[in-house]
Design a protein around this ligand. Sequence first.
Ligand code: SAH
Length: 392
Amino acid sequence: MRSLVLKKDEDRRIRAGHLWVFSNEVDTKKTPLTDFAPGEEATLLDARGKALGSLCVNPASLICGRLHSKRPGIPLDESLLRERLAAALAAREQYFSEPWYRLCHGEGDYLPGLVIDRYGAHLTLQLGTAAMEARRELIVRALEELVHPASLRFDSDIPARGLEGLSRLPESSGPVPEFLEVPENGCRFTVAAAQGQKTGWFYDQRANRREFARYAKGADVLDIFSYVGGFGVTAAAHGARSVTFLDASEPALALSRRNMAANAPGVPVETMLGDAFQRLGELAEAGRRFSLISLDPPAFIKRRKDAAQGVAAYRKINLLAAGLLAPGGVLATSSCSHHLDGAELGRSIAHASAKLGRPARLLYTGAQGPDHPVHVAMPETAYLKCRIVRFD
Ligand code: SAH
C-alpha cells in the first residue's frame, strides 16, 4: 500500500478525529496525487512521516482522501465492509422494531461515501465516492449475506457522484417494485420506488414528524414542501381537522392524497401544486390561516458560496409561512442545508417574529434521527435541523 503525505500542520483536523483530506493539504511534491488511481487505498502520513490511518484516494476530487481506519495499512476490503455494515445493522436493530430505516449513513457509520436506505427487503444505495464505486460488488456481496435483499437500486443521480467524476445513470438488480410501503409513527406511507425518478422516503425526519403530531388535535394543517405527505398525514392520523399539501411535484401530491386516504380517511384534504414562495403569497392574499404548519424545504444552500443567497431564502420562506399562522399557531421549520447552522435557523424564526410583531416561543429542537448518525468530529455530517415554535 502506498503512502499519502500531508503538508506541515495539516494533520490537526485529522488528529481531532475528522475523516477528510483536502487536495490542498497534500504534500504533492512527495506524493503526487496523480500517482493514485481513483479509489486506491493508502496510508496517510503527517509531514514527519507518522502514520495517521488508512484512506481511499480520489485524485480528481477536492476531498481527495477519506479515512476508513485510524490504523495504517488497512485495506477497505470485503471483510472490513462486512464488519462495518454488520455494526450499522446491529445499531438500527436496536433503535427500530421494523426494518425500515437508513441502514448506512456514510461517515457517520465509518463508511465514507456509502449511503443505504432499507425498505424491508428492498435497498436503495448511493455510492458517493470513487472508492465505494470501485467496491460495488463487495458491498453487494456483504449486503446479500447480511440482509438477503430482494432488490437493490443504485440511486446515481446525486451531486456527490458528479464531484467524484462518476456516472449519474441509475442501475438496479432484482425486481424493484413500482411502489414501496413505509411504516412510520403508526402510519403507512406509499412511496415511489421505480428507477429513474425522485423516489424513496426521508427517514431523517421520523422523530420530528412524531413531535409535530403532538400539536395535531383539531388543527388545520399546512404542509409546505410536502413531498408524499410525511408531516401532514402524520398530523391527520393524530387528530388534525384538515390538511393542505403544497409541493411543486404533481406525482408527489398524488401520493400524499393516497396516503391521506389510507391513514386518515374522511379528513378533508387540499393539494396545491406550484412554487411555494408564490403559493404562500397567494394564501396570504386570500386571508387563509392555519393552526399548524410544517415548512421542510429542499436544501437552499448546496455550496458554501451560495450561503448569503440561501440565508435570504430561508428568511423569506419562514416569514411567509409564519405569516399564515392563526393566533397561537405552531410552526415546525426545518433545514437540511449543511451550510445553515441551527443558530441561523433560529435567527430566521426571530426575524419572522419581529417582522410580524408576534412574539414566538421555541417548543422543540430536533435533528436527524439516530439512523443518520452524526460523526462528532465532523460538523458536516450534522445537516438536519428542526425547530417547533408557537407564535402568539
Ligand atoms: N416534507 C417532506 C420532504 C420534503 S422534500 C417529508 O416529510 O417527507 C422537498 C420537497 O420540496 C420535494 O417534494 C420537492 O418536490 C419540493 N419542492 C422543491 N422546490 C419547490 C418549490 N420551489 N416549491 C414547492 N415545492 C418544492
